[in-house]
Design a protein around this ligand. Structure first.
Ligand code: PLP
Ligand code: TYF
Length: 410
């Protein structure tokens, strides 16, 4: 019976949320999951999305097709514009691609993992150490051995590129998959430089590694959609590599619960693309049959209507600049408290997250004494604004900094 099942601990994000919910303190703050919060502690509906929704109410009530099924591969206009946003319009020949709409970035990671596990039969998938918690879960579920390449240098609080290269150049096997974060690495907030990306591409070529890009933060890292896709496009521009990309619109369009995403496979020929499409559609059919409509329509409207697109760029700028100003505020508080250690990485890291370098013991102290909830890894999710319990904000930044300061001085 089920009582004999192995006990599985709750995902750390959800465990942290439960502990936070149970804490009666009025001072409590949570810096856990990567979600954006506005100045009133509320989820922020992007004005560009809001505007489209208002228009859509009118359109949709006219259309008797609004609840019809989509094709297995999803809403065709969506997968095309989503692909162009990520790869750039002229990145590669369209008939070398297969693109399917997925249940957001998670669904794309999962569908990609299932497809590659069957078609490539890799001896391992290589994840950065550390990586997004769900990567090892997803690859473990499809039965592929998970191995790690060094990424974070805990001493220097930077990318440990030399160790990463050494590991990949000596221990990988041809046909292995390497998972790469397209930009704004989760959880460290540290990305390779362009020169380093070129070196990683060299290694993929020379070692026969299959690149799997996970793009969950396009527009959040540099604030420039093209710049944030630079690494992926560099790999494509070589013309030598096949690759997969998982794309999420959760963060950059604030469509978390709508589950809007896509999986893109770049192959070496139209024949390969056609065959792969059959396999991907079979996997999709067995799991969800067809992806949902609403979020794909919303995202397509933003990406195809020039007026909405320009408004979306402003929304992206608003989110990324708030994150930057909260990083700056936290950094300045720590400096003014004279908190032992160096804290520049809080402002130099990019995207939603800061890998603080706090130890798990320090994280526990901060939680029990200051009611500030941080993942054991020391990663904090920065977004938030005034009077928010979620994220660092103008109202709570002193309290957060003081909590860190107290723990670091122990
Ligand atoms: N990949 C990474 C690196 C992430 O941080 C996330 C979460 O934000 C995702 C994928 C997938 O998120 P979602 O399933 O909401 O698109
Ligand atoms: O890393 C994060 O915080 C985001 C949100 O299972 C998230 O990616 C966290 C955990 C999870 C799904 C999404």
């Amino acid at each position: 019976g089920f009582s004999n099942l192995e006990a599985i601990p709750l995902d750390p994000h959800y465990a942290l949320k439960e502990a936070f919910a149970d804490d009666p303190s009025a001072k409590k703050v949570i810096l856990g999951s990567g979600i954006y919060r506005d100045g009133n502690s509320e989820p922020w509906v992007l004005p560009s999305i809001e505007e489209r929704k208002a228009e859509k109410e009118v359109d949709e009530h006219k259309s008797s097709a609004r609840y019809e099924y989509l094709p297995i591969s999803g809403y065709a206009p969506f997968v095309t514009v989503a692909r162009d946003l990520l790869f750039g319009r002229y990145g590669a020949k369209a008939d070398h691609f297969v693109s399917l709409q997925t249940i957001s970035g998670t669904g794309a990671n999962s569908l990609g993992a299932q497809f590659l596990s069957k078609s490539l039969r890799p001896s391992a998938v290589w994840l950065s150490n550390p990586s997004w918690v769900n990567h090892s879960n997803i690859w473990g579920l499809v039965g592929v051995k998970v191995k790690y390449y060094p990424y974070w240098d805990a001493q220097k609080k930077t990318l440990d590129f030399d160790s990463m290269v050494k590991k990949l150049e000596t221990e990988t096997v041809s046909g292995d998959v390497i998972l790469l974060h397209a930009c704004a690495h989760n959880p460290t907030g540290v990305d390779p430089t362009k020169e380093q990306w070129a070196k990683i591409a060299d290694i993929c070529e020379s070692r026969g590694l299959f690149p799997f890009f996970d793009s969950a933060y396009q527009g959040f890292a540099s604030g420039d959609l093209d710049e944030d896709a630079w690494a992926l496009r560099h790999f494509v521009s070589r013309g030598t590599l096949e690759l997969v990309a998982a794309q999420s619109f959760s963060k950059n369009m604030g469509l978390y619960g709508e589950r809007v995403g896509a999986l893109h496979l770049l192959t070496s020929s139209p024949e390969a693309a056609a065959k792969a499409k059959g396999h991907l559609c079979q996997l999709q059919r067995g799991q969800i049959s067809q992806p949902p409509r609403r979020g794909a329509h919303l995202a397509t409207a933003i990406l195809t209507n020039q007026v909405l697109f320009q408004k979306w760029l402003i929304d992206l700028h608003e989110m990324s600049s708030r994150i930057k100003s909260m990083r700056q505020a936290l950094y300045e508080e720590l400096v003014s408290l004279g908190t032992p250690g160096k804290w520049e990485h809080i402002i130099s890291q990019i995207g939603m997250f800061s890998y603080t370098g706090l130890s798990s013991v320090q994280v526990e102290t901060i939680q029990s004494e200051s009611h500030v909830y941080i993942l054991k890894s020391g990663r904090i999710s920065v977004p938030g604004c005034e009077f928010s319990f979620e994220g660092v904000n103008a109202a709570n930044v002193k309290h957060v900094a003081k909590g860190i300061d107290t723990a670091v001085r122990r």
